[in-house]
Design a protein around this ligand. Structure first.
Ligand code: HEC
Length: 369
């Protein structure tokens, strides 16, 4: 009951705007429901005569715009300074001027989308909507004015309606206004769109709207390039570039530098059982083969004719080494001990040092010097 199926639509065609305006007023006064009015140009006073409320459509774009702006600002600040911070020429990570273009675009985009959504919502245009009054009067864009009246239930008095329309001076009256015309148009346009790419053979797409963006013309990495200072396309990063996640270690390979690292670097890893457990694992995996399970310099690769005896880590000398110095030795190596920078991540180095300290406290004999 009350669904679109049960509704019938009647189109009253008028010749002039004044007639149409009075017509709409009189029809509504007589209790008929005016669904819509189609005119070749806007008629002053028509919205009031039809009893239309002020449009609230503008709230759609307002909300869309605010959401777009907020999203754009969040997205850019998050990507620039949280997810993938890249320092470009020492500029601020949240440089406002750089944020403006994308914020503007997203604001306009979401406001635009919201307008369309709000319009469809306000017009109750959903996929299930049936469009009953689909074929406008042939002269409605020219010199005819069409008032569409809904016949919703049994209380609609056809005789009264006919009398009133004649009285109002209508030229024509179309009863049961209905057509499949627009559905046909939709089917035709849809088919045209679907088959528009079907001219090509094989794997190629048929019609490419933006060929310049689909197939760009990049430089071959090993191709000579007159635009770069080196004449090569593939450039090495500028001096001083630090890869993401890389901890620079600005100390040389001399005993003085080892001592300086000891003075300057601090162990930021806390001395908790969890960190110690990880440190033990790192030590047993990467250090104990040479330094031995207790740090006494008796690892499995050590022995006559094999790897020479490394310094004991539980000896007085090693006990006196600052955490920073041990970190430096792990990072760059010392004497026969190779650098472990590749195998052991910076934080794991500090954890291993915590474990070495524990071995030192636990050792009684002190091992071989
Ligand atoms: C390939 C064997 C080997 C491995 C693996 C190894 N070291 Fe060494 N380490 C040595 C040798 C050999 C020395 C003595 C270097 C020298 O000639 O001064 C040494 C020296 C040291 C020293 C300096 C001791 C001192 O008294 O000067 C520390 C600290 C140290 N190693 C810690 C570690 C830690 C921590 C690891 C694990 C991340 C490790 N080493 C892995 C062979 C090794």
């Amino acid at each position: 009951m009350g669904s679109t199926e049960n509704k019938r639509y009647h189109a009253i065609v008028f010749d002039c705007p004044e007639q149409t305006l009075t017509g709409v007023r009189e029809l509504r006064k007589a209790g008929f429901i005016v669904d819509d009015v189609h005119t070749p140009f806007p008629i002053h006073g028509m919205p009031e005569a039809m009893g239309l409320r002020d449009t609230r459509l503008a709230y759609g774009p307002l909300v869309g715009g605010i959401v777009g702006l907020a999203f754009a600002i969040w997205l850019q600040i998050w990507t620039h300074s949280v997810s993938w911070p890249i320092n470009i020429g020492g500029k601020s990570m949240t440089a406002i001027p750089a944020i403006i273009p994308v914020s503007f675009e997203l604001t306009v985009l979401l406001a635009g989308i919201a307008t369309v959504v709000a319009l469809f919502w306000a017009c109750r245009l959903r996929p299930s909507t049936k469009i009953p009054t689909s074929q406008p009067h042939i002269r409605v864009n020219d010199d005819r004015f069409v008032v569409v009246v809904i016949e919703q239930d049994g209380s609609f008095l056809m005789s009264e309606f006919r009398a009133l329309t004649t009285e109002l001076g209508s030229a024509e009256l179309h009863e049961s206004w209905r057509s499949t015309w627009s559905l046909l148009l939709v089917v035709v346009i849809f088919s045209l769109t679907m088959f528009s790419g079907c001219r090509a053979s094989g794997d190629e797409p048929g019609y490419v709207v933006t060929p310049g963006m689909v197939t760009s013309v990049p430089w071959d990495p090993y191709e000579p390039n007159e635009l770069t200072s080196t004449g090569l396309t593939l450039l090495s990063p500028p001096e001083g570039t630090i890869p993401m996640g890389f901890t620079p270690h600005a100390y040389g390979v001399t005993p003085e530098e080892t001592a300086r690292a000891g003075r300057e670097l601090r162990n930021k890893v806390s001395n908790t059982p969890k960190e110690l457990a990880r440190g033990k694992w790192v030590y047993n995996t990467y250090c104990s083969l040479c330094h031995g399970p207790r740090g006494e310099g008796d690892g499995s690769v050590i022995g006559a004719g094999r790897f020479p005896n490394p310094a004991s880590l539980v000896a007085k000398r090693a006990k006196k080494l600052a955490d920073g110095s041990i970190y430096h030795i792990i990072t760059v190596g010392q004497g026969l001990m190779p650098s472990h920078a590749v195998q052991v991540a910076p934080t794991d180095r500090w954890r291993a040092i915590r474990y070495v300290r524990k071995l030192q406290t636990a050792s009684v004999g002190g091992g071989k010097p």
